[in-house]
Design a protein around this ligand. Structure first.
Ligand code: NDP
Length: 448
């Protein structure tokens, strides 16, 4: 194909082919801008239309999920699984249950997953799935019936060497358990088809901790480039789910003081730090009682800010761990003005493009999601590995491997940024490092 790569022209094509999917467009644009110098230097990628092919999922599945609620009434949701790219391994990526889920959200997440999984160094392709089902306020039995119905369709598309889903927003140990049980009942096979499993039935130690710990390990590597550390730093974290909970724990262990957590209703500000019994309270509140973050403020007599996000609280380090686009340009300005100099994305795409630009322009150490939160899927990869060889590694061994993977991701992203003329810009570096491995594999495998 003659001509050269032009981001605007390329994005017009993506928008026309995928109308209305704004989160997907946002994710693709960032990667396209980052890899532009790579495509210019390597015409073979352009000629083989590698980027055009990468933005087109290999397969997208949408299905009906009917279930019966506790009153005996029939409910209906929509299920999704987007199998995006299998150039370097079986599709791998989580399932999200949240009312905001539609095809554009699943495609943005699946697209990001391709490069994230590549960065881990493990053989995993990219995929993502989920449903617009809202687990909030549902009984355990309702969640179970929904999960079973979801799996009645999903089972025919997944398998240990085909596609291996995991958790994400709204999908934790409980949901993985119900789905795994259903898969086993339908197929009569006990196999490594989901990760994030219970520890008694094939799960990996340190998997619950992995995304939060990994984001903190990644931040530590960023801080080291300025000969700094978590010691004595004030840390602001959003969310209070799986990723946030363990980011709090690890940041605290490394000497930071975490002063905020949030949920979709508001945030709490605890200037003395969310440690010890207060952290245990959060674990119980969110994982067992499934209550609201406000209850922390009521119990420990700290500030609760209804309907707000925590970015106005002064800090040196910010770890967004809730959801996409939760830091806009005004939030980014507040953070920088108040002295924040390191941001690592525990959540997927939590910063808007304008916010990212502001951080980078102001010399903030910025760890993009596909690098900073890759510890979760990396440890899912380690779970698959343990399942395949029929062994369970001790916590310390999994944590050691996770830590090393995060160190490698930081180094590879740093080196790729430097190689292509954007020294210190880990957004560009992570996109390029993730892209090149997948692109080379696609070239090797021909036009398929
Ligand atoms: P959980 O469901 O455990 O927790 C999500 C948290 O974010 C909850 O506190 C939730 O509050 C809050 N939240 C969700 N949606 C919104 C919203 N629209 N506005 C404000 N707050 C919101 O999910 P995880 O912790 O697993 O996931 C958090 C993020 O990390 C997601 O972006 C996910 O994609 C990403 N991630 C997760 C990985 C994992 O291993 N779990 C791996 C890599 C990335 P509420 O309860 O009120 O909804």
């Amino acid at each position: 194909m003659a001509g050269q790569f032009l981001v605007d022209e390329f994005m017009n094509g993506v928008a026309a082919r995928n109308p209305g999917e704004k989160e997907f467009h946002q994710a693709v644009k960032e990667v396209a801008e980052s890899v532009e110098p790579v495509l210019k230097k390597h015409p073979e990628y352009f000629k083989a239309r590698v980027l055009d092919r990468i933005v087109e999922p290999e397969r997208q599945i949408m299905f009906r999920v009917p279930w019966v609620d506790d009153r005996g009434e029939v409910q209906l949701n929509r299920g999704f699984r987007v199998e995006f790219n299998s150039a370097i391994g079986p599709y791998k990526g989580g399932l999200r249950f949240h009312p905001s889920v539609y095809l554009g959200i699943i495609k943005f997440l699946g697209f990001e997953q391709i490069f994230k999984n590549s960065l881990t160094g493990l053989p995993m392709g990219g995929g993502k799935g989920g449903s617009d089902f809202n687990p909030k306020g549902k009984s355990d039995n309702e969640v179970m019936r929904f999960c079973q119905s979801f799996m009645f369709e999903l089972f025919r598309h997944i398998g240990p060497n085909t596609d291996v889903p995991a958790g994400d927003i709204g999908v934790g140990g409980r949901e993985i358990g119900y789905m795994y049980g259903a898969y086993k009942k339908i197929t009569n096979r006990f196999e490594s088809v989901l990760t994030g499993k219970g520890i008694n039935w094939g799960g990996s130690l340190a998997r619950p901790e992995a995304t939060g710990y990994g984001a903190v390990y990644f931040t530590e590597e960023m801080l080291k480039t300025r000969k700094d550390s978590f010691k004595g730093k004030t840390v602001v974290i959003s969310g209070s789910g799986n990723v946030a909970q363990y980011a709090v724990q690890k940041a605290t262990q490394l000497g930071g003081k975490v002063v905020t957590l949030s949920d979709s209703d508001g945030f709490i500000y605890d200037p003395s730090g969310i440690t010890g019994d207060k952290w245990k309270f959060i674990m119980e509140l969110k994982n067992v009682k499934r209550g609201r973050i406000k209850e922390y403020a009521d119990k420990f007599k700290v500030e609760y800010h209804d309907g707000q996000r925590p970015w106005s609280i002064p800090c040196q380090i910010a770890l967004p761990c809730a959801t996409q686009n939760e830091i806009d340009i005004n939030d980014a300005k507040k953070l920088v003005d108040n002295g924040c100099f390191a941001v690592a994305e525990g959540a997927n795409m939590p910063s808007t493009p304008e916010a990212v630009e502001h951080f980078i322009a102001n010399n903030v150490l910025f760890g993009p999601a596909k690098a900073a939160n890759a510890g979760g899927v990396a440890t899912s990869g380690l779970e698959m590995c343990q399942n395949h060889i029929g062994i369970s590694w001790p916590f310390e061994e999994v944590d050691r491997q996770l830590h090393q993977i995060m160190v490698n991701i930081h180094k590879n992203s740093w080196d790729a940024a430097e190689k292509y003329g954007s020294k210190g810009n880990l957004v560009v570096g992570a996109n390029i490092a993730g892209f090149v491995k997948v692109a080379d594999s696609m070239l090797d495998q021909g036009v398929i």
